[in-house]
Design a protein around this ligand. Structure first.
Ligand SMILES: Nc1nc2c(ncn2[C@@H]2O[C@H](COP(=O)(O)OP(=O)(O)O)[C@@H](O)[C@H]2O)c(=O)[nH]1
Ligand SMILES: [Mg+2]
Length: 224
């Protein structure tokens, strides 16, 4: 049920050589961001992709991507974050931008996937950092998780509700659950996924590639 992106009339970018098309992938710890990035990298293996991860005090996520041969080692950068999760992306916005620009210079990638940590919405949605924002949540929070407001749901371009394969274990009625989620998204893009389902992961990859192509082919408005 991928919908359309909210048009952002004031946002046109033409210089992709300094900072490649960047996808911000954020959401709570454990929702499946790294697992989705892993799957997307494998699906898009013939394209030129780079990844930046943000890990607290570790390089775990970047290590997973490299060990699982999702992406060549040199195309992954790990920003090791410290301190309060609420501030972490904010503090590290410059560091992330630096890594993204360096990767762009080195490889001229078509797409950079940025896995972010923490809840600093201002940083996640900063247009100087990312061109397309994906929020990943999972159903493990229970059937009411979407009724409690999810930080970022109002702003992200694509909401991914992951781990739907766990519906029975969590005793969730998916039809009810989906209805609640759809209410919050209206006509904005939304996917229900399991990383165990290749088709679901292909849908995520497709959204990214389509958005990348749309933004790069956008014609800026003429100056008045
Ligand atoms: N059953 C199931 N497990 C998943 C799914 N997605 C991720 N996981 C598992 O959830 C855990 C956390 O995933 P991870 O990608 O590290 O979450 P992150 O913190 O958001 O990056 C890992 O053990 C994954 O294998 C899914 O769709 N279904
Ligand atoms: Mg992760």
């Amino acid at each position: 049920m991928a919908g359309r992106r909210i048009p952002d009339q004031n946002f046109y970018r033409t210089n992709w050589n300094e900072r490649a098309f960047t996808v911000g992938i954020h959401g709570p710890v454990g929702s499946g961001k790294t697992a989705i990035i892993l799957a997307v990298c494998k699906i898009l293996k013939d394209r030129n992709i780079c990844v930046v991860t943000n890990d607290f005090y570790s390089t775990i996520d970047a290590d997973i991507l490299i060990q699982q041969n999702a992406i060549p080692k040199e195309k992954v950068r790990s920003v090791v974050t410290e301190g309060c999760p609420l501030e972490v992306m904010n503090k590290n916005l410059d560091v992330n931008l630096k890594e993204i620009k360096e990767l762009t210079k080195l490889f001229q990638p078509e797409i950079i996937l940025l896995e972010s940590a923490g809840d600093c919405l201002a940083a996640h949605f900063d247009r100087d950092l990312v061109d397309y924002t994906i929020l990943v949540i999972d159903i493990a929070g229970g059937k009411n998780v979407i009724k409690k407001r999810i930080a970022g749901n109002d702003y992200c371009e694509l909401l991914v509700v992951n781990k739907i394969d766990l519906e029975k274990a969590l005793d969730i009625d998916m039809e009810d659950f989906k209805g609640d989620v759809i209410m919050t998204r209206m006509d904005r893009a939304l996917l229900f996924t399991s990383v165990k389902n290749d088709e679901d992961m292909k849908d995520v990859a497709e959204c990214i590639v389509r958005e990348c192509s749309q933004q790069k082919n956008q014609i800026p408005p003429e100056c008045p």
